[in-house]
Structure formats: C-alpha cells, structure tokens
Design a protein around this ligand. Structure first.
Ligand code: FE2
Length: 166
C-alpha cells in the first residue's frame, strides 16, 4: 500500500550550516543526499497509482548517489591514511546492506512503508554527518593546518546527471 503520507512541508530535512564538515566537496555531496532524501519524501506524496514507480526511480537514483558519495569519502580517507578508515567504511557498508535489503523488500512488496525508509535515511545521514563525517573533516583540516595536505585529486565513478539534477 503506497498511501499518501501526511505532509506538513515539502521537505523532511533542510540543510543547515551546522551540518558542514568544512570540506566543500563533502558538504556539496551531503547537500545532494539531503536533496535526494527530500525527493524521496515528496515521491511518497504522489497519487497512489504512480507513487510506487516514482518512488522506486528516485530510490534507485539515491542508491547510486550514496555509492558515489561513499566512494568519494573512502578514497579521501585512503589517500590520507585516515586512522578511522576501517570503522567509517564499515558504517558505510552496514548502511548499504540495509538499503539493499529495503530495495529488495520494496520491489517485492513485502515492505509497505516507504516513508519509514525515508525517515531512516534522514536519521542515518544526519547522525553520520554529525559524528563520523565531522571527525573526518576535522582530521583533514588538522592535516591542512600542519601543512601535510594540499590538494587531493580523486577519480570517482560519476553517476548519471539525471539522478543529481532535480
Ligand atoms: Fe561517511
């Protein structure tokens, strides 16, 4: 059942400057994750006939973007030999496992609660930014202040633009 959810605004989460980890590339990607979370939220509000297809299309885009974002952070961590790399990467991996489980349930119809997933995504992203990504940001800034980090060039698989642009 893909019912119309109770809607107060058209956003379930709004970017706030306190979410910044002071690394522009990572902040930009976090803003896009928040944007995609809101797109998923809005897709829950579509008419009942179309909602599942719309939600699943946005969901697939969000999964792609999450993969792209995690690859970016993991490449940065590898490049600077970040001490918290293993724990941070495991958080990403555990989240991906949960997302893939949800994808399977949603497509099989055994999970009738897409809004539950949107809430989970919002909470996970905000907590992960506030704790783990903030620690990574602090580490990168310390390295920069110590003159140990200049500029990092990354090669990360780019996802399709249609998933990035609203
Ligand atoms: Fe992260």
């Amino acid at each position: 059942m893909w019912y119309i959810c109770c809607m107060i605004g058209d956003e379930i989460v709004t970017w706030h400057k306190s979410y910044s980890v002071n690394i522009p590339l990572i902040d930009a990607q976090h803003k896009e994750l928040i944007n995609l979370t809101n797109k998923l939220y809005r897709s829950c509000m579509q008419g009942r006939d179309r909602s599942k297809n719309v939600f699943m299309e946005v969901f697939r885009g969000a999964v792609d973007y999450v993969g792209y974002h995690f690859s970016t952070e993991e490449k940065v961590m590898e490049r600077v030999a970040y001490p918290g790399y293993n724990a941070h990467k495991k958080e990403h991996a555990d989240f991906v496992k949960e997302v893939l489980k949800t994808a399977d349930e949603l497509s099989k119809g055994t999970n009738p609660n897409p809004l539950g997933f949107v809430n989970y995504l919002k909470d996970w992203v905000l907590t992960h930014i506030a704790v783990s990504d903030t620690l990574l940001g602090k580490h990168l800034i310390e390295l920069r202040q110590q003159g140990k980090l200049q500029r990092i060039t990354l090669r990360v698989k780019q996802v399709s633009d249609r998933f990035i642009i609203d």
